[in-house]
Design a protein around this ligand. Sequence first.
Ligand SMILES: *Cc1c(COP(=O)(O)O)cnc(C)c1O
Length: 393
Amino acid sequence: MNKEGFAQEILSRLQEVLPQGRDFIALHEPSFEGSEWEKVKTCLDSGWVSYAGEYVKEFDGALAAYCGVKHAICVNSGTSALHIALMLAGVRDGDEVLVPALTFVASANAISYLGAVPHFIDSDEKTLGISPEKLESYLGDIADSNEKGECVNKNTGRRIATIVPVHVFGHPCDMDKIGRVAGDYNIDVVTDSAESLGSLYKGKQAGSFGKLAILSFNGNKTITTGGGGAILTDDDELAEQARHITTVAKTKHPWKFMHDRVGYNYRMPNLNAALGCAQLERMDHFVAQKRTLADKYEEKFVDMEGLSFFKEPEFAKSNYWLNALLLDEGNEDALENILETTNENGIMTRPAWDLMNTLPMYADCPSMDLERSEALAKRLLNIPSSAFLAKTE
Ligand SMILES: *Cc1c(COP(=O)(O)O)cnc(C)c1O
């Protein structure tokens, strides 16, 4: 089949899965079919729209319970959450932090906010996340340890404090293996679970792994608070610090303004938390719908040559946040045509992110060979994934 024919075939199969009669189908849109209006109205009626209010506490509690962690601290974005999580994990100016090259830019940005340097790691074709095998052999080559037993990059002399596994498109990466390698080298794990609320790794929430983890509730994520994120941890002390730092480090006093360190104004407003509480009530429904949509795509593309539908790794139950088609090797040339044909016909599709090491501000950062990420980035295509698209009518 020529490139045009191939792109047309993909378009028509997508059209067969997706609801008819819409001019445009976005990659991911929110649904507000639960108590969203009612809860947001409660904020407006009571005047509690800002940084204090019952929904903030309620959302923290509900998130922690849902994720199976002791503490959740909701904040104003996933990026803020990662900034503070990395700070609390002890990342300092001049450190290196291991992070996949195949991720959204926020994962690397949060590292930079602390004056640390992102150090790019290759990915695995089965999970789209960090390859534990490549990580292990790479650390075997470059890692040294200092007098405190901390991991140091032989080539740069910088401490490698932390690793940030990312559950790409919601699919859990192999946390046991990554955690074991990190542990062997005394490297802390901070999980970027921004895309994977509702995804299970060996039966546990993908955001429940690591010293700390983060979530995002941006408008395009599985559930949204408009903008928002959360820090997750089982550590009481870290949770208390997270709460303190994200509320301008204000100490408790009935009227005085006292602050005991440089804090951040990162707390989630009550208005957004109200939306979050309503959305989280619908979480099981959203995951079920998204998995139904993924099943439909899989069925529709199973017999098509030249590509495959990307399926969750065998140890995972994924939220299928963003569904993806993976072009066969040798078929990369077809990507541009498919993007054009689908987008011109009102079905939004996107390639994977440009790899972090190709962005101007990260071009000089340390990196292992990124052969697999480079190959994956040329072959991945995200297709519409909103939960409500699973409806048949
Ligand atoms: C969305 C996302 C973030 C950042 O979340 P925001 O809420 O948009 O700041 C971080 N990492 C990954 C992998 C994401 O997809």
